[in-house]
Write a protein that binds this ligand. Structure first.
Ligand code: ACO
Length: 324
């Protein structure tokens, strides 16, 4: 018998305000055509004034709990992936915990930028498999719009705000690839690539929040290599190939990266869940937002085999094989 982290609920939340490429190009030297062709993005959602990462996380977390049909008091642990916390401390997870009414559970943030959701999922899965928690709420929530230089067209057009969440619960499996739940997670980091993608501020360095700086071409090249490596690592763990997987649910950073990955991994493009057109890059929120969209569209069904993968600042990257 193996303990598995089964996914029993999924939910998401997007701020009400959607900003199209055309709207952005009114005040910035860019165009709808450039943004669509280079990234696949058509619009992004932007949090309202006074709407914080915790508010987004509470809404997504509550939706996931409702989907699971359980109350917040049943949650043992909340793991939040975010790079845009409400405050330097306490953790935004603790604000979300209070908002959901889950007092007494453990709660903390995980910071791995765009790979954050895979890292948070791995932490949650390990807590469950070590029997330290039975029911875990894993959330990715971001207000990236707050750390963008809105005069830098090479970054500000690419990101958006949003949140998504999963409820994981311990269940019994046979230790086989047919088990439902998280089958494996694979995490990596290479801190030498710091300068490719970072925020030029922080409590310990400048005392300011800072804004996103990115060498887009460098990150693009490294993303294709690292994501292919980690997907192959995940497949080889289970003796799988791209053809065995029902859906690839990648971090939504660039449509060209996703299509390149599908080709390299012998995946039909039609098996890739794509939401970047609607949400842009929501960092740690993008995978759970894509999962929730895939479910609501009737694409992802119980029993389907999923490859999740992401790369972000650090550079950090990772993958997970999940049976829905
Ligand atoms: N509108 C119009 N022109 C623009 C814009 C814009 N918004 N931004 C840049 N340009 C111009 C550039 O100035 C450049 O002009 P030049 O040729 O005259 O110098 C030209 O467009 C080409 O720019 P590139 O940066 O070379 O464009 P590229 O094809 O590489 O696409 C992009 C840029 C979309 C950023 C791409 O490199 C990318 O997606 N990179 C990976 C991003 C990623 O995966 N990030 C990781 C996760 S994010 C995280 O962890 C927070």
């Amino acid at each position: 018998m193996t303990i598995r982290s089964q996914i029993i609920g999924c939910g998401s939340y997007l701020p009400a305000r959607a900003v199209t490429n055309e709207e952005l190009s009114r005040n910035l030297d860019t165009s709808d055509q450039w943004i669509r062709e280079r990234s696949g993005i058509e619009k992004r959602h932007i949090a309202a004034e006074g709407e914080f990462t915790s508010h987004l996380g509470i809404a997504a977390g509550q939706a996931a709990l409702d989907d699971a049909g359980i109350g917040a008091s049943e949650v043992d642990l909340i793991v939040l992936a975010t790079s845009t916390p409400d405050e330097t401390f306490p953790s935004t997870a603790s604000c979300i915990q209070a908002g959901l009414g889950a007092a007494g559970s453990a709660a903390f943030d995980v910071q791995a930028v765009c790979a954050g959701f895979i890292y948070a999922l791995a932490v949650a899965d390990n807590f469950i498999r070590c029997s330290q928690a039975c029911t875990v709420l894993v959330i990715g929530a971001e207000t990236l719009s707050r750390i963008l230089d809105w005069n830098d067209r090479s970054t500000c057009v690419l990101f958006g705000d949003g949140a998504g969440a999963l409820v994981l619960q311990a269940s019994k499996g046979l230790g086989e690839v047919n088990d439902r739940g998280v089958l494996s997670t694979h995490l990596h980091c290479d801190g030498r690539d710091h300068d490719c993608l970072y925020v030029d501020g922080g409590p310990s360095s400048t005392g300011m929040v800072g804004v996103v700086k990115m060498q887009g071409k460098e990150v693009f090249k490294k993303a294709v290599v690292r994501l292919t490596e980690v997907a192959e690592e995940a497949f080889s763990t289970h003796g799988l190939s791209g053809r065995d997987v029902d859906w690839m649910v990648p971090h939504q950073a660039n449509l060209r990266i996703m299509k390149g990955m599908a080709k390299k991994l012998d995946f039909g493009e039609e098996k890739v869940i794509v939401t970047i057109d609607q949400h842009a890059n929501t960092s740690a929120a993008s995978i759970p937002l894509a999962l929730d969209w895939g479910c609501s569209e009737g694409k992802i069904q119980p029993g389907h085999l999923l490859l999740l993968e992401a790369l972000g600042s650090g550079l950090t990257w990772g993958a997970a094989i999940v049976r829905w």
